[in-house]
Design a protein around this ligand. Structure first.
Ligand SMILES: Nc1ncnc2c1ncn2[C@@H]1O[C@H](COP(=O)(O)OP(=O)(O)OP(=O)(O)O)[C@@H](O)[C@H]1O
Ligand SMILES: [Mg+2]
Length: 577
């Protein structure tokens, strides 16, 4: 076998070499000649006998002779015509047969698959060019050889009995090796897997078997690569922490990884082929199916599902749980596939809920503390104003009464005068402390006049022009909100007095639907809001906290040299708007 050349050698006439060796076609056989000539001979003999009898016995001697010659001539002419016709017909059918054979040989020769024909002794009669390439034998080296040359030794006996059995059946063709992979042998001794079909037919009294085969080395390699790739993919999918489910166009499960098994409490074998709706609570099924369909019609390859809400999953035991999901689509050979990657976010949702609850509680606690502080401040302010203030005023009046009744030169009078002035400063201090604790005029006069007083005293102290504009005439707000407005304006004006070096200030209070907006704008030196957080600066921070307590927010817009605008917004309670 090692003597086989690498490249197959082509015979000069391929058609001739793939044609099986056939018995010679007999031209005009003696049998046929006898059939044609027998009646003619009989007629000639009968005419001759009649002519001889007439000659011998003298019956119409001349007539008989002429008749016999005429009949014989006619018979000879008819015979020549018949023989000529027969010869032409035979030539035409020989040509037709030859053409058919050539066509057949051409087809066999140009076939992409190897074709090998053997006789009943398994001797190779036909070996086409594809067979030469696959087996790497030149045709000349195998024609007339036994088929064994193309089979590994261990399969030869099996193959012989297989072909024999096939020869005994009436079947004309069938696939070989349906249950197992067939193996063939190349000239260089290399074995390779094949796929083959066999057919049988009789020719010239002989039984011939034709095998059409295909080298499937590449296909098997690709299949095993594919299998290995699939196994690798399966491993990756199963080691993923997230559940991965792929469904086909009908939303039936075609892939279900280990995490999905655990998440939904359902084995892979149960899930495969099941509708996706198994894993979705009844009330969401229609919406979800429409969502996937809608996604399938779009051109986006992947996206997060339920970006605005948590999607809900359903375990096989009926338990519902929140999931975070993303979906992607792929147009495969067998239609569209959707893959969803799911994460059980029960714990996250619980933590979020707990955080929200604790934030709400904290918020409530802070606002209760704030309310309590304001109430306490208010009580102390009133005590200072009403109790201490009244008593000091009474003392002041008494001291004044005493001083009037004591001669001016008396040392006592001087003491009383000092007491009087001390009392005056004490009353002023009490008033200031009381009003810092709680702007009493808010309670006494209402928000708007209190703001007007604030703005006026700002201008008096700083000499800076300040305009107050309040959108509604009657600014009637609940105590908490009224204090917030007052304090916001107070802090903003104090900051302007302390830091801004402004020449003009606008205080604006507007009600926009159910929101109250307080804006205090100055044309001072401004600052970078990023620098506003100084170690001992609490004014703006307090402003923000107060706004947040009321469900609102405070913002500072400022830049060096461009002035400052403080805006505080908070929603008004329902009874106000
Ligand atoms: N209208 C303004 N113009 C210029 N700078 C300002 C203005 N308002 C605030 N700032 C700057 O922002 C900083 C922070 O202000 P904030 O009111 O928080 O603190 P403070 O006024 O310094 O101290 P506190 O208010 O606690 O007595 C100020 O120190 C100042 O530099
Ligand atoms: Mg301040």
């Amino acid at each position: 076998m090692s003597d086989a050349p690498e490249a197959p050698m082509r015979p000069r006439d391929p058609a001739a070499s793939v044609r099986p060796a056939m018995p010679a076609q007999g031209g005009l056989t003696s049998g046929r000649l006898l059939i044609i000539l027998a009646p003619v001979l009989a007629l000639v003999v009968a005419t001759g006998v009649m002519a001889a009898a007439g000659w011998m016995f003298g019956w119409y001697r001349h007539e008989m002779l002429f008749a016999a010659v005429g009949a014989g001539g006619a018979v000879v002419a008819v015979t020549i015509v018949l023989l000529y016709g027969q010869a032409m017909q035979q030539r035409a059918s020989r040509l037709a047969l030859q053409n058919a054979e050539e066509r057949m040989s051409g087809i066999v020769e140009s076939a992409m698959d190897p074709i090998v024909t053997v006789d009943e002794h398994q001797r190779i009669l036909v070996f086409n060019s594809a067979a030469e390439q696959v087996f790497r034998w030149p045709r000349a080296a195998v024609i007339g050889e036994r088929l064994d040359k193309l089979l590994p030794a261990r399969f030869r006996d099996v193959h012989h009995s297989h072909v024999e059995r096939f020869g005994q059946t009436g079947t004309t063709s069938r696939r070989m090796g349906a249950q197992s992979v067939l193996v063939a042998l190349r000239a260089n001794g290399e074995e390779f897997p094949i796929e083959a079909s066999i057919s049988q037919h009789g020719e010239g009294g002989r039984k011939l078997f034709t095998v059409i085969l295909r080298d499937i080395t590449e296909r098997l390699r690709a299949e095993s690569l594919l299998e290995r790739g699939e196994a690798r993919l399966r491993g990756i999918l199963d080691s993923a922490m997230d559940a991965i489910i792929t469904v086909d166009d009908d939303q039936r499960v075609v892939l279900f990884n280990a995490a999905a098994e655990e998440m939904f409490g359902c084995t892979r074998s149960e899930a495969m082929g099941a509708p996706l709706s198994w894993f979705i609570p009844e009330r969401f099924r229609a919406e979800h199916a429409a969502h996937v369909r809608g996604f399938g019609q779009g051109s986006i390859a992947s996206r997060r599902m339920g970006a605005l809400r948590i999607v809900t999953g359903l375990r096989r035991n009926g338990e519902e749980f929140p999931i975070d999901a993303s979906i992607s689509q792929l147009l495969g050979r067998d239609g569209k596939f959707f893959t969803v990657i799911l994460r059980d976010v029960s714990e996250r949702v619980q933590a979020e809920q707990a955080l929200r609850r604790s934030k709400d509680e904290l918020h409530e606690l802070a606002s209760a503390a704030h309310r309590a502080r304001e109430q306490e401040k208010s009580r102390i302010a009133r005590e200072l104003h009403d109790e201490l203030g009244q008593s000091l005023t009474a003392l002041q009046m008494d001291v004044a009464w005493c001083r009037e009744r004591i001669p001016a030169q008396d040392g006592m009078a001087m003491r009383l005068a000092r007491m009087e002035s001390l009392l005056e400063t004490t009353v002023a201090a009490t008033r200031r402390i009381s009003s810092d604790l709680r702007p009493l005029m808010l309670d006494d006069l209402g928000l708007r006049p209190a703001l007007e007083w604030l703005v006026e005293s700002f201008t008096q102290h700083t000499g800076v022009r300040c305009d107050l504009s309040v959108a509604s005439e009657e600014l009637e707000l609940p105590e908490l909100q009224a204090t917030a407005v007052f304090r916001a304006v107070q802090e903003s004006l104090t900051n302007i007095a302390k830091h801004a070096r402004a020449t003009r200030v606008d205080v604006n209070i507007e009600q926009e639907n159910s929101t109250l907006a307080i804006r205090v704008r100055d044309d001072g030196i401004g600052f970078s809001p990023e620098d506003s957080r100084k170690p001992n600066s609490f004014g703006l921070l307090g402003l923000r906290e107060r706004a947040a307590l009321l469900g609102g927010e405070a913002s500072v817009t400022s830049a060096p040299g461009r002035g400052t605008e403080i805006e505080v917004r908070f929603p008004l309670p329902e009874e106000v708007h």
